[in-house]
Ligand binder design. Sequence first.
Ligand SMILES: NC(=O)c1ccc[n+]([C@@H]2O[C@H](COP(=O)([O-])OP(=O)(O)OC[C@H]3O[C@@H](n4cnc5c(N)ncnc54)[C@H](O)[C@@H]3O)[C@@H](O)[C@H]2O)c1
Ligand SMILES: O=C(O)C(=O)C[C@]1(C(=O)O)C=C[C@@H](O)C=C1
Length: 360
Amino acid sequence: MTETGGELVGPVEIVGVGLLGTSVALACARAGIEVLLSDSVASHVRTATGLGAGRRRAPEDAPQLVVVAVPPAHLGEVITRALAENPAAFVTDVGSVKASPLAYVREHGPDDVGRYVGGHPMAGSERSGPLAATATLFEGRPWALTPHADADPTAASLVGELASLCGALPLVLTPEDHDQAVARTSHVPHLMAALVAGRLAVAPEGHLRLSGQGVRDVTRVAAGDPGLYGQIVAGNARAVTDLLGQMRAQFDDMIEAVGNGDAAALDVLLKEGQAGTRAIPGKHGGPQTAQASVYVTVPDEPGNLARLFADAGESGVNIEDVRIDHDPGRPVGLMELIVASDAAEQMKTVLESRGWLAHR
Ligand SMILES: NC(=O)c1ccc[n+]([C@@H]2O[C@H](COP(=O)([O-])OP(=O)(O)OC[C@H]3O[C@@H](n4cnc5c(N)ncnc54)[C@H](O)[C@@H]3O)[C@@H](O)[C@H]2O)c1
Ligand SMILES: O=C(O)C(=O)C[C@]1(C(=O)O)C=C[C@@H](O)C=C1
C-alpha cells in the first residue's frame, strides 16, 4: 500500500487517453501533478503528450493513483490488470457504468480490491479521442464516487480529491444506485435522442432546412460514438430496460392522446415533461434559477463575437450559457445568450444601445 496516505500527490497514471482520459490528464497536469500516459493505441499517447497531458508511462514508474478511462466493455479487465501490476497504487475509473466492472474485478482481481473505488464524471461530449479533450471538461459537473462495501477509505478520499482537482462536485452513491440513476439521466435520454435523430436521417429532401435550435437541443448527444453507447447501454441493460418499459406505456398513451385529439390526456404528459425539466438541478448543483434568452444577430466576420461578449460584459449581467445557430441563407449567426430572466431586458437594452440587433 502506498505511503502517501490520503493526499493526492501523484504520479497519476491515465490508462486510455481518449476524450475522458486526456481531459483528466490535462486537469492533473494543470495542478502540477506528474501524469503518466498509457493507451493500446500508441498514436493516442503521442497526441496526448503533444497536448501537454503528461509523458508515456515507463515500466519502472510507480503511480500513486491509476485512472482507467477505456471503453465500458474493457473496464473490468483493465482495472483488474492495473490492480495486479501496481500493488502499491490505488485505482479508479471514469466509466459510465459501475456495477458490472466491479463484479468483474471482484471475480478476477487480487484479494485487496479495496484499492479500487469507481468514479464517473457526468461530463463529456459527442466527440471522442484525445483531440477532443480539455482540462475544463469537468468544471462544475457532478462526479459520482461509488465505493463498494470493501473499499479502502484512503482510495475513496483520493478519488474525491481527483474529482475536486478537476473542478467537479464529488457525489457518493453505491454502484447499484449509480447505475439506476444514470439510466434515467443519461442512458435512456441518449437512446431517445437516437430515435428522434434517426427520423431526421430519412427526412424528405428540404424538410431539414426547417431545423431550429429545438431539434439541435434534443439530438446533440445522438452524434456520440455508437460503439461507445452500445457498450454503455449493454453494461446497464437491466435498469435501462426497466425504464424503457415504463416509457413504452407512455408512448402508447401519447399516440392515443394525439390521435384521438384528447387534449386533457396530452396535457398531462406535457406537464409531466415540463416538471421534469424543472427538476434538473441548476448550474454547480444548486437550485434551478429562472433563465431567459437574448438572441443577437452576429455578422459572420472575424472579431464580432469578441466585440459582442465585451459589450455584453459592460451590461454587468452574467451570461449563464451561450449557443450559436447559423442562418442557412445569410452569412450571419444567431447568438443565444442565456441569462437570469430578471436581467434579460437589461442585457437587451445595453446591446441595442451599442448597435446590436437583439430580441427576446
Ligand atoms: N464520452 C463521454 O461523454 C463520457 C463521459 C463520461 C464517462 N465516459 C466513460 O469514459 C470512458 C472513456 O470514454 P471516452 O469518451 O474517453 O472514449 P474515447 O474513445 O475517447 O477513449 C477511449 C480510449 O481508450 C483506449 N483504449 C481502448 N481499449 C483500451 C485498453 N484495453 N487498454 C488501454 N487503452 C484502451 C482507446 O484507444 C482510446 O484512446 C468510457 O468508459 C466511458 O463510458 C465517457
Ligand atoms: O454532454 C454530453 O455530450 C454527454 O452526453 C455527457 C454524458 C451525459 O449523458 O451527461 C454522457 C455519458 C457519460 O457517461 C456522462 C456524461
